[in-house]
Design a protein around this ligand. Structure first.
Ligand SMILES: O=C(O)C(=O)C[C@]1(C(=O)O)C=C[C@@H](O)C=C1
Length: 326
């Protein structure tokens, strides 16, 4: 998918590190895309960050052009550190998305057998995806959270833990061997990563886009229905919606929404403007090309851009006193 926007393509990237994470693999998919500008492919400067928060902070501070961070997983759901990191602090926008199939191994130092594994470390999302298999393979082991799957592998290599749930590539990178492969309880898991940049010119509409927005609504009857109605009446399909606590008080939620279309599309822009009226707080988190390049659900004629243009022209005529019908 070509990067069809007018902003300068980023070359200085941050990703959830250390080397060997799925985030690094996802970044490699994105930057090796044959459609990326040659100068990006030639000058990729990718630097690992110790956490999602640190990767986003490096972009906010201008030390990095863009961060590649996990947003959601097909088995375990959203990644809270990313969800919250995008809404706390200075505005950031998503400019690309990447879907990466994830498969895990149980990595140990050479010579360790299952009986010798007393602790298993990994990213909480990875541990959650392999819970049953890990319990079956090493039932006595303590399960310990790590900053990432590769961080866990590095800690095993350092002798801090006995096993890591990580990518095969991380096991290799840190001199470990796989005690078991295909560890996931649900094979075929996919993680969705997003590239996040400081606000600037938006990626140009491609005809197969997604828009991400968060909206905070107060605790009142029908508030969520009001938000959803703004999309439904304009024929806009949502591809994800979930609530996160605002962390201010119980009962006030932030809804994180992905919808089909680009803010430059009349119906999507109109829906976001209506959301601004309906919600207490709205944060635009980007319009960007869909990784699958699928055009999404067909748009009904009555909510197509042509219908909006015709309606605006009609209203202008009414206001000018030149027509009342059309
Ligand atoms: O730890 C990594 O390797 C990551 O890139 C993070 C992450 C996640 O946050 O979900 C990414 C994919 C896997 O689902 C497990 C961990």
């Amino acid at each position: 998918m070509p990067r069809a926007d007018s902003r300068t393509a980023p070359t200085r990237f941050a990703y959830l590190g250390p080397e060997g994470t799925f985030a690094e693999a996802a970044l490699a998919v994105l930057t090796s895309d044959a459609d990326e500008p040659a100068h990006v492919r030639a000058h990729v400067d990718a630097r690992p960050a110790p956490s999602v928060a640190a990767a986003l902070a490096a972009v906010r501070a201008g030390d990095r052009d863009a961060a590649l961070v996990p947003l959601e997983n097909s088995v375990e759901g959203s990644v809270p550190a990313t969800m919250d990191g995008l809404v706390d602090g200075a505005p950031l926008v998503i400019t690309r998305e990447v879907f990466l199939p994830v498969a895990f191994v149980l990595a140990v130092r050479p010579g360790t057998d299952a009986a010798g594994v007393r602790s298993v470390a990994s990213h909480p999302h990875a541990l959650a995806q392999c819970r049953a298999r890990v319990a079956e393979l090493v039932p006595e082991a303590d399960v310990v959270p790590a900053g990432s799957t590769a961080d866990a592998a590095r800690r095993v290599a350092d002798g801090e833990h006995d096993a890591a749930v990580c990518a095969a590539i991380a096991a290799e990178r840190y001199g470990l061997v796989a005690l078991a492969t295909d560890l996931a309880d649900h094979p075929g898991a996919v993680t969705r990563f997003v590239l996040v940049e400081r606000p600037g010119p938006l990626p140009a509409p491609t005809g197969a886009d997604k828009t991400t927005v968060t909206a905070v609504v107060a605790d009142r009857t029908g508030a969520l229905l009001d938000l959803l109605a703004e999309f439904a009446v304009r024929g806009i399909s949502l591809t994800r919606i979930e609530s996160r606590p605002t962390r201010e008080r119980l009962g006030v939620y932030s809804f994180s929404i992905d919808c089909e279309g680009h803010v430059a599309d009349q119906r999507v822009g109109d829906a976001l403007a209506a959301l601004h009226r309906a919600a207490d707080e709205v944060r635009f988190l980007g319009s960007y090309p869909r990784a699958d390049a699928q055009a999404g659900k067909p748009v009904a004629e009555r909510v197509g851009d042509a219908a909006f243009t015709a309606a605006e022209e009609w209203l202008a005529r009414v206001r000018a006193g030149t027509a009342g019908q059309g």
